[in-house]
Design a binder for this molecule. Structure first.
Ligand code: ATP
Ligand code: MG
Length: 415
């Protein structure tokens, strides 16, 4: 008997969403197109988990359906003709519509060759059985489950199963996706899938840096990324990204600490901890392999550089200004990463002193004010400003008046 999820849809989807997909289903019928809810939302509905993204697949012209729906409901659409996809926004609701498609891979790691297809073709190109289910939205079949690969049974048995033997070869990012879902839901990679994953580990090299980074970022956005990372370490998958990476117990200790300091942690912080035990050279290889962009790359670079320059920060009686000088060239994220990574409480204290206080301390007098005190522009002015800043950091001066007094003293001494 075909499973019908109409009741679940009615009970679990907020009413505006339900109403919108019903209207879409009616419009699709008028156009003679099939319409389905697909992917994560179906899985989450069956799991009884909250879900936010509504992904629809159209057997027919998705951009056309999206345009008509937008006209009727005063929504806005963004169309990607080339991909046959559309994003529709109605009030504060957003849904993605895609034309059902069949995919073939010219060679491992290639982007797929795409042609229009049926819902079954569209499900066949997906990653795992639990993500390869759909729900009919046309009014006559509303709520009927389409489950050609036994996704519902695998949900019950808590299994991550691939659809065919070449799945990881076609698209090796699925290996990272597999462990992400496995650990998020507390499932198990099905035995054959695990064997194939181990067999196909090296296929990760066929995938572009951008795509590997994207999947790694999705892992880092999970609630407890240390779990899939540890699993990736055990399976040898992390080592395929860089041979020196480890997803070991250290991350299990440090990632929760990162979350307790700042939530959600910036990606740069997680990335810096992930690569913390790499050398600077290895860090550069990691950044290049994943094509890690600007701010995150800087956090990683600074963390690995600061890690090697920590010893002077543990010397006794380090003044605030000396602490400042040792840290001023590093990004705050990298300083936080080193504080979390380090087990020395003195170091901890100093890094946090810089992050919470010292980096915000400014002098009251600026260059212009110093000129008004009679110091001509030039290198000497810069030096006096720096010395004044140090005096302020070390609490030798606390007010503007005290700064003026100190500058006058220096001038009288021929500074
Ligand atoms: P999440 O809760 O993580 O967002 P999701 O299932 O919505 O889960 P997305 O990454 O948003 O995951 O992708 C949407 C759907 O697209 C998936 O359910 C899956 O069917 C399909 N998909 C995504 N990436 C791949 C891939 N690399 N190979 C095959 N199918 C994929
Ligand atoms: Mg999603």
């Amino acid at each position: 008997m075909t499973r019908n999820l109409a009741t679940q849809l009615e009970q679990r989807l907020p009413s505006e969403r339900l109403e919108l997909i019903r209207a879409a289903g009616e419009l699709a019928r008028e156009l003679g197109a099939g319409l389905y809810l697909v992917g994560g939302v179906v899985r989450d509905l069956l799991l009884g988990r909250a879900t936010f993204d509504l992904d629809l697949v159209v057997e027919g012209d998705a951009p056309r359906l999206a345009n008509l729906l937008a006209e009727r409901r005063e929504g806005q659409v963004v169309i990607h003709r080339r991909f046959g996809t559309a994003k529709l926004r109605c009030q504060d609701l957003s849904i993605d519509l895609a034309t059902a498609r069949a995919e073939t891979y010219a060679h491992p790691g290639a982007l797929p060759t795409v042609s229009p297809g049926s819902i079954n073709d569209d499900l066949l190109r997906r990653d795992f059985t639990i993500n390869a289910m759909a729900i009919h939205l046309d009014p006559d079949n509303f709520g009927k489950l389409v489950d050609p690969f036994g996704g519902e049974k695998d949900l019950e048995h808590k299994l991550i199963r691939i659809l065919h033997e070449k799945s990881f070869v076609d698209d090796a990012t699925r290996m990272l996706r597999a462990i992400r879902y496995e650990q998020r839901f507390d499932f198990q990679l099905e035995t054959t899938a695990e064997q194939l994953l181990r067999r196909d580990l090296s296929m990760l090299h066929t995938v572009s840096g951008d795509r590997v980074r994207h999947e790694l970022e999705l892992i880092l956005k999970e609630e407890q990324p240390e779990k899939p990372l540890q699993r990736a370490g055990e399976l040898g998958l992390l080592q395929e990204i860089h041979p020196s990476l480890k997803g070991d117990g250290w991350l299990k200790e440090k990632f929760p600490q990162a979350r307790s300091v700042t939530y959600p942690p910036p990606l740069g912080l997680y990335f810096s901890l992930l690569v913390y035990h790499l050398s600077q050279k290895e860090g550069e290889d990691f950044i290049a392999r994943l094509r890690i962009p600007g701010v995150t790359a800087r956090a990683i670079r600074d963390s690995l550089r600061l890690k090697e320059n920590l010893p002077p920060l543990t010397s006794p009686d380090l003044s605030p200004s000396a602490t400042y000088r040792l840290l001023q060239d590093y990004s705050p994220t990298s300083i936080l990463a080193c504080a979390i990574a380090s087990d020395s409480s003195l170091l901890h204290q100093r890094l946090h002193l810089y992050l919470n206080k010292l980096r915000y301390i400014k002098t009251s007098l600026n260059g212009k004010a110093l000129q008004q005190l009679g110091i001509p522009p030039g290198p000497r002015l810069g030096e006096i400003l720096r010395s004044l800043h140090e005096a302020r950091l070390d609490k030798k001066v606390k007010t503007r008046e005290e700064e003026v007094e100190l500058v006058r003293l220096w001038l009288s001494q021929g500074a």
